[in-house]
Each structure stands twice: as structure tokens, then as C-alpha cells.
Design a protein around this ligand. Structure first.
Ligand code: FAD
Length: 562
């Protein structure tokens, strides 16, 4: 047995493993379903991220249920299944959300420890800003004082400049009232505007929770890591203060394999992510009693919130055809160009492969007088939070739709950042190796439809700036429409996920709702916590790795002082 058993070596799990094992008197085991990330080129070379998922051995290869708000389409919901979890598979955009997000979390949980005033310090423990690998002058592209330089995860500004960069900056100057320039895209006190993307990349290679937190702790004799072992359920180990303790963890290498069991002396920490964590809780009899009974799982702790409240950012590609051959499409399409770029990366860790998918992004709000606000409350966390995001990609980025054989493309992704749609993660059967049923119910509310429609219109205004006139040819296919109906149809045909599910084991102070309390203990149980993206009760104004890392850093402090 170990003092702590951590389930899942993802973004959050590796933070906990690394922080708890700092004390050599504490023994820690991490159990990960997937293999090691070492030597997996697509998990190391930044621009190859979109080739690591979906439909590979490093992905859980989930598909969402038919989406009623999106023409009943089904699409992939990638989740990393290797050391580092989704931090080894993600697109490496790195920031933390708005200060409002943390203050809202504090108010929903009744725990001021989640407020921005307290959480800010964890940026400096977590982050290590390093120079971009092309060595360009970053003056004015970020605010050094707001960032860590001695933390764990390497973060840098874009390491490969692109022809479109200057056009984005010029468009923001030309349309400054609507698209102001933002001099740091990862300062939570001020996120509205467009600026330079910060990425979890250092020295031209991906920085994940595995390459940083885990690898730096790997030589500690008190830390053990078990890979290729899927946790199938938690086992009850007794009753403490009237609550069932779950300190037993059952795992197996695959279906029909003999399971192993390990015990935690102090605690089990579930860090299996927003899909894996509710799946394991449900398989263990912790969840909605009626659902469990239908699947012949003995309900041990009745909690209707497990797997409920699934919330995800919507990704809508707005694609333009563009002149010339300066887009990255050639690298993805032409084996010769790809090989040249790979050779550059292999020898110098420079060039397009050393960089992520976007050099610039921005967060924006709907206008104050938008008609939708007369129909319901503003779902953003506060006035400093965003309703939508624009991500500028110098190529065809359209998940699930193959790059056309010819042409150069520019994609302005509009992402819905404050969705009000909520969905579910449910078990399909009591078999732990069956995929759960994942239904985010995307774009099923009036707010979501309105916000996406207005985001498309805003993207079109941005693309009409004169800085694009010698570059953009035309909107591609469904983007050409201008009426509400045409834009709604474009949304329904092309929307999918930004890969940011949260909320399925939400924190709350309420006794009737939520899965964990503000100390991340699973309600109605003993010896069991959840630390991962699933505890966020709502989506922060951010790509979710940064907010997950910060939650995990504070969680480690909470566990240490328990
Ligand atoms: P994860 O990092 O997913 O870790 C969960 C771990 O648990 C995994 O290793 C998994 O294999 C393991 N696990 C699950 N079930 C079991 C089980 N039964 N037994 C044992 N182990 C188990 N965020 C950003 O900020 N920027 C981005 O650019 C970005 N792009 C993304 C692109 C993709 C393709 C994906 C998939 C995600 C992206 N994200 C991005 C999201 C971000 O990576 C996640 O929010 C973050 O990693 C969540 O951390 P987590 O600890 O909750 O889960």
C-alpha cells in the first residue's frame, strides 16, 4: 500500500504526484491507463499535435452522442491516454482565465481560497517562461512581471513567425475599438483583446505535466508510476464518521485481464479527467442511484450530480481561401515540404514544427446592449470575462473535415467561451472497458446560438480590415452566408469541440448539488478526492489546462495540510 494513490497521470494528476512526493516520508503511486509519452514524436513536436488525436492508440477515441443542436452530428472528443494525459495531446495554448472566474469559484464554493487574490501566487509556482526558440524580441508581447520564471512548466511565445502575424496586428490597430491589442494574453486581471499566444512549449518541444512535474520527480524513491493499467473501480474499505471510505483501487491491463488491487493509507485522488473521473465514480457505485440500479451496479453513495453538468467550449472554424502559398497547408499536404520542416525541427528544434497551431488569439464580449441579455442573465463570470474567443490559424483547421487537395486557407476559429448548454457523461454498461455515453448537448440554448452567430459576424468584420485585402480571397463555403438563418446553418454544420470538457464532478458548497466540496473531497465519502478539470463547476474564460494546473497546485497544498 501507499500513502496516496493517484488515478490518472494527466495535467492535474502529475502536479499532485510531484508535489506530494516532495516529502520523502510520503509514498505515492500514480496509476495511468495509457503508455509513456517518451519517444512519441507527435506528442513532442508541437505542430504535430493535431495528428496525435483522434483515432490513435494515444487517445481514448471517444465520440459524442448525436448533438441535437448540431444537426444530430457526432464528432470525436479527443482525450490523451498516455503519461501527461491531455497535456501531452493538447494544442498547448496556455493561460489561466479571468480573475472573475476564480472569484466566481470562491463564491460558488464559499471558500475564499479559490479567489484570484489567493490563486494568483500559483502562477509563479507553476510556470517557467522561457524565450521563444526563434529568439525574436518579445518586448510588448507579454508582461514579464506577471509570469513565473522558476516554476515547473515551460511556457513561451510563438517560436515561428508567420506572414499573417503582421496582418493580425494591423487589423487590430485598424479596428481597435472592437479588437483592441492585448499586451499579455495570460494576465487574468485583463483578458479582453487580441494578442500573442502563450504556449506550453520550451526549446521547440512540448512541455506537458509529464515532461515537467512528473519527470523532475521521477527519480524519487517514494514515487511510483504504473502505466498501461486502467482503473476499473474503487473499493469501499470501511465506514468513518458515518461515511463510506474508498481507499481501495482496482485496475487491469485490459478486458479479460486479472485485476490488481492497491490500497491507500491516506487517500485516493481521482485525476482521470472530466470523462474518466465520473466514469470511475459511477462504476464504483457513486452516482445517481436509479441510473446505477438500471445497470446492475450496487449504489453505495447516491449523488445525482456525478456525470451531470458537462460543459464544453464550442469550436467553430471560419475558413477563408487565401492567396499565395504562405499558409501551413503545404506542410500538412505535401510530403516533401513536411519532410523539410521535420528535418529542420529534428536538427535545430526550429521552424514551423517547433511552434503550435496559433500565434495570436483574442477574448471578446458581446456588446452590452445585445438583445440576448434582456432574455436572461449574462453567463460570463463577470465583466472581465469573455463570451467568445477568436483563434487565428494559418491553415485549414477544421476537425474531422479533410484538407482539400488544393488551395491555401486561413481559419479564424470562433469559440464559444461562456456556453449555457449543459450535458452529461453516463455509463453505457457496467463494463469498465465500455466507452461512456458523452452528450455535451452543444448549442442547445438561445444564448449559445446568439453568441456564436454574433461571433461569426465579428470574425467577418475582423476579416474585412484592410490589412487582409491583399491576402484573403473569399469566405469558404458556408461562411459566405450573412442572414441569421445562414449563419445558424454554418454553426450547425461545422461546430465541434475545443476539447475543454469540465463540470462532471463539480465543486459546490450546496448539500444537494455538486460532487466535491471546496476541499475537493467527494461528498458522502471518506478518503477520496477529485483533482482535475471535472471539478470546475463552469468553464473558465480560458483553454482549460492553465486553470486545471492552478486548481491542482492549490489542491496539493490542501492535501498536504489535511
Ligand atoms: P487529463 O490531462 O486528460 O488527464 C487524465 C488522465 O487520466 C489521462 O492520462 C488518462 O489516460 C487517465 N485516465 C483516465 N481514466 C483512467 C482510468 N480509468 N485508469 C487510469 N487512468 C485513467 N487546453 C489548453 O489549455 N490549451 C490547449 O491548446 C488545449 N488543446 C487541447 C487539445 C486536445 C486535442 C485535447 C484533448 C485537450 C486540449 N486542451 C487544451 C485541454 C487540456 O489538455 C485539458 O483541459 C487538461 O489536460 C485536463 O487535465 P485533467 O488532469 O483534467 O485530465
Amino acid at each position: 500500500s501507499y500513502d496516496y494513490v493517484i488515478v490518472g497521470a494527466g495535467a492535474a494528476g502529475n502536479v499532485i504526484a510531484s508535489r506530494l512526493s516532495e516529502n520523502s516520508g510520503i509514498s505515492v503511486l500514480v496509476i495511468e491507463a495509457g503508455p509513456s509519452d517518451e519517444g512519441v514524436t507527435a506528442a513532442i513536436a508541437p505542430l504535430l499535435a493535431p495528428t496525435l488525436t483522434p483515432n490513435t492508440p494515444y487517445d481514448w477515441n471517444y465520440t459524442v452522442a448525436p448533438q441535437v443542436g448540431l444537426n444530430n452530428r457526432q464528432f470525436a472528443l479527443p482525450r490523451g491516454r498516455l503519461l501527461g494525459g491531455s497535456s501531452s495531446a493538447n494544442y498547448m495554448v496556455h493561460h489561466f482565465g479571468s480573475s472573475d472566474d476564480y472569484d466566481k469559484l470562491a463564491s460558488l464554493t464559499g471558500d475564499n481560497g479559490w479567489s484570484w487574490a489567493n490563486m494568483k501566487k500559483y502562477i509563479f509556482k507553476h510556470e517557467k517562461i522561457v524565450p521563444p526558440n526563434d529568439g525574436h524580441d518579445t518586448t510588448g508581447q507579454y508582461i514579464p512581471a506577471n509570469h513565473g520564471t522558476t516554476g515547473m512548466l515551460s511556457v513561451s511565445l510563438p517560436g515561428n513567425s508567420q506572414v499573417i502575424d503582421a496582418k493580425v496586428t494591423a487589423a487590430s490597430q485598424q479596428l481597435a475599438a472592437e479588437f483592441p491589442y492585448m499586451n499579455d494574453t495570460a494576465t487574468p486581471e485583463k483578458i479582453i483583446g487580441i494578442g500573442w499566444t502563450q504556449q506550453s512549449i520550451g526549446g521547440g518541444v512540448r512541455s506537458s505535466s509529464s515532461t515537467s512535474y512528473l519527470r523532475s520527480a521521477n527519480s524519487r524513491p517514494n514515487l511510483s508510476v504504473l502505466i498501461n493499467a486502467q482503473v476499473t473501480r474503487l473499493l469501499p474499505t470501511g465506514i468513518e464518521n458515518g461515511k463510506l471510505a474508498f481507499r481501495g483501487v482496482m485496475f487491469a491491463n485490459g478486458p479479460n485481464q486479472i485485476p490488481g488491487v492497491v490500497l491507500a493509507k491516506k487517500e485516493v485522488i481521482l485525476s482521470a479527467g472530466s470523462i474518466g473521473t465520473p466514469q470511475i465514480l459511477l462504476l464504483s457505485g457513486i452516482g445517481p442511484q436509479a441510473d446505477l440500479q438500471k445497470l446492475h451496479i450496487l449504489p453505495l453513495v447516491d449523488n445525482p450530480s456525478v456525470g451531470d453538468n458537462l460543459s464544453d467550449h464550442v469550436l467553430l472554424p471560419n475558413i477563408y481561401t487565401v492567396k499565395g502559398s504562405d499558409s501551413l497547408d503545404g506542410v500538412f499536404r505535401d510530403p516533401a515540404q513536411f519532410q523539410t520542416a521535420m528535418n529542420t525541427w529534428t536538427t535545430s528544434k526550429k521552424g514551423p514544427i517547433a511552434n503550435g497551431v496559433t500565434n495570436q488569439l483574442g477574448f471578446f464580449r458581446l456588446p452590452k446592449n445585445a438583445t440576448i441579455f434582456s432574455k436572461g442573465a449574462d453567463p460570463a463570470s463577470g465583466p472581465k470575462s469573455a463570451h467568445w474567443e477568436m483563434i487565428v490559424c494559418n491553415f485549414w483547421l477544421n476537425p474531422g473535415v479533410a484538407l482539400p487537395a488544393n488551395g491555401s486557407f486561413l481559419t479564424f476559429i470562433s469559440a464559444l467561451i461562456s456556453p449555457t448548454s449543459r450535458g452529461t457523461v453516463k455509463l453505457a454498461s457496467s463494463d469498465p472497458f465500455d466507452k461512456p455515453i458523452i452528450d455535451p448537448r452543444m448549442v442547445t440554448t438561445d444564448f449559445d446560438k446568439f453568441a456564436l452567430r454574433e461571433a461569426v459576424r465579428a470574425v467577418k468584420r475582423f476579416a474585412s480590415a484592410s490589412s487582409w485585402s491583399d491576402y484573403i480571397i473569399a469566405p469558404y463555403q458556408t461562411l459566405a452566408g450573412t442572414t441569421d438563418d445562414e449563419i445558424d446553418s454554418h454553426v450547425r454544420q461545422l461546430s465541434s469541440t475545443v476539447f475543454h470538457p469540465v463540470g462532471t464532478a463539480a465543486m459546490s458548497s450546496s448539500s444537494s448539488k455538486g460532487v466535491v466540496d471546496s476541499q475537493l473531497k467527494v461528498k458522502g465519502t471518506a478518503g477520496l478526492r477529485v483533482v482535475d478539470a471535472s471539478v470546475w463547476p463552469f468553464l473558465p474564460s480560458a483553454h482549460t489546462q492553465g486553470p486545471t494546473y492552478l486548481v491542482a497546485e492549490r489542491a496539493a497544498d490542501i492535501i498536504k495540510s489535511a
